[in-house]
Structures are given as structure tokens and as C-alpha cells.
Design a protein around this ligand. Sequence first.
Ligand SMILES: Nc1ncnc2c1ncn2[C@@H]1O[C@H](COP(=O)(O)OP(=O)(O)OP(=O)(O)O)[C@@H](O)[C@H]1O
Ligand SMILES: [Mg+2]
Length: 615
Amino acid sequence: MVRQDQHTIRDYVAAMGETYSILRWCWDEFVNDISRKAVRKLLCFSTCGRLVSLLYPWLMGLGIDALINHDAKMAVMAVVGTAFNYVIGAFIERFSGHAIELVLGENLRTIDRRSNEMFFEKELGLHLEEGTELTQANMEKGYNRLHTVQGSFLWTGIDSALTLIITWLMLSFLSPTSGGIIFVFLGVNTLVSLGFNRFIMVNMEPVDAMFRAINLHRNGRQEGVERVITSGRRNSEIEEMDEAFRKVILEDRRIWFTYVNSTVLRSVLSGFAVTLTGLYAGYQVWIGAMSIAELVPILTWAGMASSQIRLLARVEREVNWCIPSLRSLKEALTMECKVLDAPDAVELPDEPLTIEINNLGHTYSDKDAKGVLRHVFFSIAPGEIVALIGRTGCGKSTLTRLLQRYMDPMQGSILVGGHDLRSVIQESWRSLVAFIPQRSQVFDGTLRDNILYGLTGDERLSVTDEKILQLMAVLCIDFGSRLTNGLDTRVGRRGMKLSGGEAQRVMILAAVLRKPRFMIIDEATSSLDAVTQAAVQAGIYKILRESGASALIIAHRLSTVMHCDKYVVMKPVDSLINGDPQVESIAHSPAELHQVSPIFRRLADLEGVRIAGIQ
Ligand SMILES: Nc1ncnc2c1ncn2[C@@H]1O[C@H](COP(=O)(O)OP(=O)(O)OP(=O)(O)O)[C@@H](O)[C@H]1O
Ligand SMILES: [Mg+2]
């Protein structure tokens, strides 16, 4: 990263290098072969187009000479040449336009696909990290800025750069001294650009971070509109967001004003270069060393070269404006994945598996010395339904994440079918597991779309409506007359048309339909009333028993997990001394658990749970 307190040539070059590496990354990742081919064609068309257009001044000079010398033949040649030039130019423009549209379309698709690939390939642990760049707001901003940059290059950048190079080459050919003057001006301009590039890279970094924070805040508040309004915070939120924006925009303006001021310097330099060239060429005509036919193109080309530099400065401004967002897009999408399939990873067979949790320990942050999980041992036999009990925050959901390899544990291991989870092909494990999370994640679409979400195309076709309705009956999913369009009823954005309990049951049904070998149910019935919860839980047990799948069930109401095969009670990490195991007790019946687990006894007493065989 470039440091603000240093101003050596190396820093300037490093800032330019960073801009280049970000743009290079965008090119490598988001420009496919079709688009590259089209860019090459575009370069050819543009070169031809520029060559043709640069002949105008020359033809014009020829025409003027013809008029002065009364040379009719030359005058006709100049007129015909000009007309011919126009026609060729128009066709070249058409081909270039097609190539640009092709590039834009292809890139649009590739950017969408590649950013999706890179976003979804990241392990869930990275998505859950505090302060991660992997946010929807960052993705969207980077995505929009990518379009701005490519539009800028395609519509202005390529053409201007080619015009500049060709004009300069032709100018140098016609008059090496004029070419030399423009070359010096180009060199000075490049140095100025280098300086401003670094200025933007260094100064815009914190400003862009502030913009990102504002975006994140706004997205969160807009998503949580219900809480904002019911908390009476509507006006204060608007004011606070406006104030935050006002502050950042002041800083942003300060930077861009400085940048814009540089255009004065550039314009003066540009005018100086053109005037100098004009003076030189005019003197040559004065002393008879140059003809008017040469003077006109020299003056026009010198003017064109300087105006291209101004156009390129605009492209440079746009690119600089986009670079901070592209940098955070790059940082987010190139985050190193730590959870990868080992080269010799094994495919798990589709059969009942034993799960062993061996001395498991984990922490989300290096600063948290105590961690979230410590010395956790227990196992789940094939077909066994295990209840995980523990106070809030003791790490139950973290355990479910480790079981699904959102991240790898910092200590100990999880064995499935005798294989360490780290040496198993992730997809093969995922295909055997169904997870019902603590918070329902219903998507916009129909009820059917949501229910069949976890199935492959063929599997979806094999699931009949009768089967779905039968399972809905088992799981007490009854939407009554609210299913206006049967299973094709739309559930709204994030399932907003469903109640919390309905959404949870849709998630359960979707998980069941995947016919898993192992189900993880993380407080998935917490939104249901006690009677419905017991009925739904009974439905889940029935399905699990019939399919022979094993399960880990976390429930905050003990009454609903009283029919499991095994009970694991976890202590909070804070209460552990030295090498204490975090699992307080393991039992095979509520009565046994009541005997061996003080935590369970306290929870059961508080809830007033009646346990068979216990007074
Ligand atoms: N993504 C995360 N980053 C940092 N810390 C986290 C993260 N998720 C959870 N934690 C912390 O880890 C601890 C355990 O959280 P976890 O969600 O596993 O608890 P839990 O037992 O499932 O609680 P509950 O019963 O309330 O759902 C908590 O102190 C929590 O603050
Ligand atoms: Mg939890």
C-alpha cells in the first residue's frame, strides 16, 4: 500500500503500478476470448479510422496549395479524396461501433458470471467475518465502476490514445522538430499524471472507505426499514445519513477540486506546446522552407495531439474515480480461500455415517484468547438423533458451522465416516447434509421454488405435488386459504408474505426433501407456538426415523427435544478452567440427563419441563 508520508519517485511509480495491476486484474478476470478478439478488431478499425481522419488536414492543405497555384488537377484530387475519405470513415465507424457493442455485451456477461463465481466460491466463514469486504454493497459498487471504466476506455480512451500516437508519428514524420516539441509536452504531461494518480490513490482511499461505510449503513437501514420506523428513528436516520454524507462529500470535493485545478496546468502546457509548434512551422513557411500544404496538417495535428491529451486526462479522471471501488472489489474477490478440497480429498459414500467430534476448539478472532469452543468431544452414530443443549452464546451455532466446514477448526477435528472433514470433497459432504438455520432464508419466488430449492433439476421433476402436500401435512405446514395459487403462490421478497413460523417450516420441508444422511437443525422451530412446535418436531422425528438419517438438533425449548437418542450439554467457554472439556454431560435419556447434568436440571426447572421418571 502506498504511504502518504513519502513522496519519492518510487511511490509515484508504485501508485501507477497499483492502478495498472487493478486494471490488469479486471482485464484478466472479466474480459473473455470473444471480447478480446473484438478489442483487437476495434484497435484495427480505430487505427484505420484515425489514419483516414488524419488525412483530412493533409488533403485540405493540398486543396489550399491547389487554389493558390491554380492547379485544377490537384484541386479535384483533394475534393475527391476528401469525399472518399468520408465514406471510408463512415464504414469504419460502423465496424468500430459493432465491436464496441460486442465488447460491452460480452464483458457485461463475464463480469456478472466471474464475480458470482468468485463471490460464491468463498467459504462461508469468510462471508461471516466481521468487517469483510465481501458485502453486497461493495460488489454492486465495484460492478458499476467496472462498467464506467470500460465505457470510458471503449468510447474515448482507445480512440484518443490511438489518435495521439498516430498524430504524433505523422507529425514527427512531416516535421521532426514539431514532433519533438509535442514529445516533450507529452513527457511533462505524463509526469503530471503520475503525480495526480498517486494523489488520488492516497487521498481517495479513506474517502472511499467512508463512502463504503455509508453505503453499508444505508443498505442495512433500508433493509431494516421496519425497525427504523417503529423505533421512531426515521428523521434522525435521514439527518444522520445526510450529515455523514455531507462530511465525506466535503473531503471528496477537496480532492477533486485539486485534481480539476491540474487541468489549468495541463491546458497552459498544451497551449504552450501548440503555440511553439505553430511558431516554428510559421517561421519555416516564412523563410520558404515549408509549404502551406505542410503547415496546415502540422498545425491541425499539433492541435489534435493536445486535445487528445485533454480527452485522455478525462479518461484518467474517470479511471481514478473508479479505482478505489475496483480495488476493494479486487480485495474482496481475491480473498484467499482457506477451505479448499485437498488434492487427495475423498468422496464420501452415500450411506449412513458416524460423525466424531474430537477435541474441537475454535475462535473467531486471534484477540479472543478464550475462544468460542474448547475441548468439545462427542459423536453421532448413524441414524442417531442428538440434541445439543446449552446456554445462549455457548457456541452451538459455531459448532454447526464447523460441521459444515464454513471454516476449519483451530483445534481438534471432525471425522465423518472415519475421514477428517478437511480431507473430504466438500461437495460430497454437502450432498449428504441438510441444514435448517436459525434464521430462515426464504427467497423471492413461489412456495414451490423455495421448497424445491436444494434439489437438482432431475430431482425437482421427480417430486410430485402430492409428495409435497403429504410432507406438508406431516410437518403441520398448513397455509389454509392463504395459498391463493397453491404451491405457485408467491412468497414475496425474503418471504415477507410468510409468517416467521411459516418460513421456518418451508425451510424444514426444503431440507427434508433433499433426503439427507445428516440433518442439522439449529433452533429451526423457535418461531412456532409450543403446540405447533411439538407437532412439527414430532413430524421431523418421524421423517428422520423413517429415512434413517442422523441429526443434530438445537432447540431452545427443552420440551421439544425430549425424544432424542442422545443429549449433549455444553458449558459456556467462560466457565471453563484450564483443560476442562466444554461438554458438561452426555446422556441417552432425559431422566439420565437430569441425573448427570446440573445445567440441564437448572434449565428444566426454569422451563418446568416434566421428565418421565423424575418427580
Ligand atoms: N461471525 C462471528 N464473528 C465473531 N464472533 C462470532 C461470530 N458468530 C458468533 N460469534 C460469537 O461466538 C459466540 C458463540 O456464538 P454462537 O452463535 O455459536 O452461539 P449459540 O450457542 O448458537 O448462541 P444462541 O443460542 O444464542 O444461538 C458468541 O459469543 C458470538 O458473539
Ligand atoms: Mg445459535
